[in-house]
Every structure is written in structure tokens, then in C-alpha cells.
Design a protein around this ligand. Structure first.
Ligand code: CA
Length: 482
């Protein structure tokens, strides 16, 4: 009897000692499926990402939140599709930042925090400046380093970055195209420093890498310097390869810490390629080699389907190529399931847990996927149920219907012969869109457009002046304080 009690005690303590799994979501800004070797790229080198694919699973139908930066990451962060999410477009706010996440929104940062995870976000935030409810430091994160504002993140040689909400001056940078400190170097350094300090605790790391988003600026063309390409093409390729080597360093650090078998990495892009197939970058790198139609800001598959890899040695099957569809808003319930946490009050999600899919099973059954995107002068929507896809490509445009099973390139609009499916799409659009005065169905108000323009005007003025926020500290001082 005593032996049994002892055995149970050992068993119980053994279970308690197994640390909850860590979660790393790496979001590369504007990277396309076709940029990665494992998706067929032939000119740009991505050996470390290809290795993640070989050691993990590569998804052919991983969908983003929607097809520009802020709402796509907000969908991941809230577990909501764009019809329910409080951020449904890039909504610029002066002087710095974007429309903030409301205080009551339950974020993945908060869910992880409530489960006792260390939480860090590095790179680009875009969901609210520090003096708003959307600050990363008020939405569950212990550490922030990088660009709070998306407009600021257009420069790779900015005059400043933020360590938490503390500005750090980068002397020698002009905020436009040249300088001494390449922002990604400092962001990567801070991320690795944080990981080494927190890697033995359970942790959630959101690594929002700004590369290869425009502008195409890099400190070193590296292996591409002698290629017979334009400087923009060389810079783009070098940016993608820098994402690859920085992800490689992250993976090496997990191995050094001995936590690689207890860490799920999901790597993805936040929206499809930014380039048309006939553009300077598109025509050289042929990012649309997957045959999908459309790119960033659109509602066709080329805009919505991302490069998507999952890696968790011993749990996610190695070398699997998975067809089943999933979307960013599934990652919240996935985390909730594998961490075993009871989510805080106010938690809701449109997603489905991907745990069994990640482990080698089938993609979850669901009624449909839904997307919307609010732009300054436009508004698009899409839905997918089974293999049917509905697209409303712009304000006032009729709904188009495609059969993805036979026509993944969305070339044959079936709307006129399948009015029943047009009707079904209309019903999905209606029930999926929650009314929100920030996101009107008939486009932005004059006042919203004015605020957006004002925000850009301030950004351009600050760039011209080489503006640095008052109270900025030096890089050396930042390193001392962390
Ligand atoms: Ca983006």
C-alpha cells in the first residue's frame, strides 16, 4: 500500500515537473509562399526554413487573418476572424501608431500570461501606441522591442526604436535609407537575449519580423551582391535570406537551451506577396509559382494563403506536407488546448484547435472561413466553405464564386450559373460581420480618411527632420538596463 502511494506520488510529481510547451509564432512581414525554397523558390536561399519544413510540417492552405499587416496580426492575437476582430484594416493614428486594441479584448499575450508564461513581442506591433489600450505592455506582454508603429517600420535604418516603451536613439541613421545600425540586427539581438533569459520558463514569443516588407533596404547584399539583378531585387533576396538565418539562430538557441522538444514554432507570412507577377520583384522571383491568383490587399488565394510551417520535434511529424486548410484565428484555441490553460473572462474565439492536425491528424471540420479588409477607399470580403470560395473583390462589386477543388487559380467565376452559392455567400457575409463604427460597410468616412492622411503627414515630416522622441537613451544604456 505504501509502495503504491509512493509510486503515485512519483508519477504525480513527474507529471507536474513536465513543463507546459512553449509557443513561438514567427510572422515575416509580406513574405510570399513562393519566396521559400521549400515552396519551390530557386533563386533565393532559405536553407534554415527549408530545414524546418523537412523536420516539421509544411502547409499548403494556411490562411492569414486578412491581407494587410495590422488586421492580420490582430486576428492571430485575438483568435477572431476579421468580421469580429476590433482591427479590420490598417487604420493610421497621429502622431504615431494604429487604431488600438480595446482594453477588454482578450489577447493571446494575456491568455499566456494568465497561464504563467513569460511573454515577449519583438519586431513590429501595429495594434496601438504605448499611451493607448492597445499597447503591447497592456495586452499581456512583459517585453517589447522594435517598432510600435507600422509607418515607422517602413525604415530599416530608423532614428529610434523602442525597448518596452523607452525610446532608444540610433545615431548615424537618417530614417530613410542609410545608417550605421540595421534595425533587424538590434531586434534580433534583443529577442535572443530575452529568449536566453526566459527560455527555461514556459514562454510565448511573438516574433514579428519586419523583413522583407518594403522598403527594400539592407546593410549587406551578402551572397547576392554579384548577381546580375537590380539593387531592389538583390535587397529583397537578401532580406528573405536574413529572415532565414535569423530564424536559424533562434532554433539553434532553443537547442542550446535544451527546450527544442518542448517548443512549437509556427512560421508564417502576414499576407501574400506584395508584388504583381509582372513587377520588378515578381517577374524575377516568380512568387506565384503555386498558380494562385492575386496578391496583398486582394481577396483571392494568392493574398490569403501563406507560407506556413510548424516545427515541434517529436510532436509535429517530420516531412509532412499538409493540404488541410486552417487560419490565424485557430492559433488562439490551439494554444489554449496545448497549454491546458483556462482562458480569462471575456475570452471568445472563431477558431478551432489545431492540436490533432499538428500532431498528424486531419484539419478540423468547420462551417466556413471568413475575411474582410477595410482600406482607405475600398472594402473587400471573402468566404470559403468546403471547396467553394466566394470573393467580393471591392466596394459595390458583385460576389464571385470559384470551385477551389478544380480551379485553385480562381479563373472561372461560377456566379451566374450557381446563384444558390451566391445566396449562401451573402448569408455568410451577413452573419459574419459584426457592426463596428470603426469599420463601416460602405467604406471609410471623410473624417477617418482625414485622420489617416494626417498620420502619414506627421510621419513624413518626422523622417525629413530625423526626429527622435524626447528622453531617448543610447543603445549602450538600453543594453545595461535589460
Ligand atoms: Ca504585411
Amino acid at each position: 500500500m505504501r509502495m503504491l502511494a509512493l509510486a503515485l506520488l512519483i508519477l504525480a510529481s513527474g507529471i507536474a515537473a513536465a513543463a507546459p510547451p512553449n509557443f513561438i509564432f514567427i510572422l515575416s512581414d509580406d513574405v510570399a509562399q513562393g519566396d521559400l525554397g521549400c515552396y519551390g523558390q530557386e533563386l533565393i536561399q532559405t536553407p534554415r526554413l527549408d530545414e524546418l519544413a523537412a523536420q516539421g510540417t509544411r502547409y499548403l492552405q494556411g490562411y492569414c487573418g486578412t491581407t494587410v499587416c495590422a488586421p492580420s496580426r490582430a486576428s492571430f492575437m485575438t483568435g477572431l476572424h476579421a468580421g469580429h476582430c476590433p482591427i479590420r484594416g490598417n487604420f493610421e493614428v497621429p502622431p504615431e501608431g494604429q487604431l488600438p486594441l480595446p482594453a477588454e479584448t482578450v489577447t493571446l499575450g494575456e491568455v499566456a500570461k494568465s497561464a504563467g508564461y513569460a511573454t515577449g513581442v519583438f519586431g513590429k506591433w501595429g495594434m496601438g501606441f504605448f499611451d493607448t489600450t492597445g499597447s503591447p505592455l497592456k495586452q499581456g506582454f512583459d517585453r517589447f522591442f522594435g517598432y510600435n508603429c507600422q509607418r515607422h517600420a517602413h525604415s530599416y535604418f530608423p532614428t529610434y526604436l523602442y525597448a518596452d516603451d523607452q525610446p532608444v536613439a540610433l545615431p548615424g541613421n537618417n530614417g530613410r535609407n542609410v545608417g550605421e545600425t540595421y534595425a533587424q540586427d538590434l531586434i534580433q539581438e534583443d529577442m535572443i537575449h530575452w529568449l536566453k533569459a526566459n527560455g527555461k520558463k514556459p514562454f510565448f514569443l511573438f516574433y514579428a519580423i519586419t523583413l522583407p516588407h518594403g522598403r527594400h533596404e539592407i546593410d549587406d547584399f551578402g551572397i547576392y551582391k554579384d548577381k546580375p539583378w537590380t539593387d531592389t531585387q538583390k535587397a529583397y533576396a537578401a532580406q528573405v535570406t536574413r529572415v532565414d538565418s535569423d530564424v536559424g539562430e533562434l532554433v539553434d538557441t532553443l537547442r542550446e537551451l535544451g527546450v527544442d522538444r518542448n517548443t512549437l514554432i509556427v512560421f508564417s507570412g502576414d499576407n501574400g506577396s506584395s508584388f504583381a507577377p509582372d513587377s520588378e520583384i515578381g517577374k524575377l522571383f516568380k512568387q506565384t509559382r503555386n498558380g494562385l491568383r492575386g496578391f496583398k490587399r486582394g481577396m483571392y488565394e494568392g493574398a490569403l494563403r501563406q507560407a506556413a510551417l510548424a516545427w515541434w520535434p517529436g510532436t509535429v511529424p517530420a516531412g509532412r506536407v499538409a493540404e488541410g486548410p486552417w487560419a490565424f484565428w485557430d492559433l488562439m484555441p490551439t494554444f489554449v488546448e496545448f497549454s491546458g490553460v483556462t482562458p480569462p473572462e471575456g475570452y471568445r474565439t472563431d477558431g478551432h484547435s489545431l492540436v490533432s492536425f499538428l500532431e498528424g491528424g486531419e484539419a478540423p471540420d468547420r462551417e466556413y472561413f471568413y475575411w474582410e479588409l477595410h482600406e482607405s477607399r475600398n472594402f473587400g470580403r471573402a468566404a470559403r466553405w468546403g471547396d467553394w470560395k466566394a470573393v467580393m473583390p471591392g466596394l459595390g462589386k458583385p460576389i464571385e464564386i470559384y470551385d477551389l477543388a478544380k480551379d485553385s487559380g480562381e479563373s472561372k467565376n461560377l456566379a451566374s450559373e450557381r446563384t444558390d452559392l451566391v445566396e449562401r455567400a451573402g448569408a455568410i457575409f451577413k452573419e459574419s460581420h459584426e457592426r463596428d463604427p470603426n469599420w463601416l460597410l460602405d467604406g471609410r468616412s471623410e473624417e477617418q480618411v482625414r485622420v489617416n492622411n494626417e498620420a502619414w503627414k506627421i510621419k513624413r515630416q518626422r523622417d525629413k527632420e530625423g526626429w527622435v522622441p524626447p528622453g531617448a537613451i543610447s543603445i549602450e544604456e538600453m543594453r545595461k538596463r535589460r
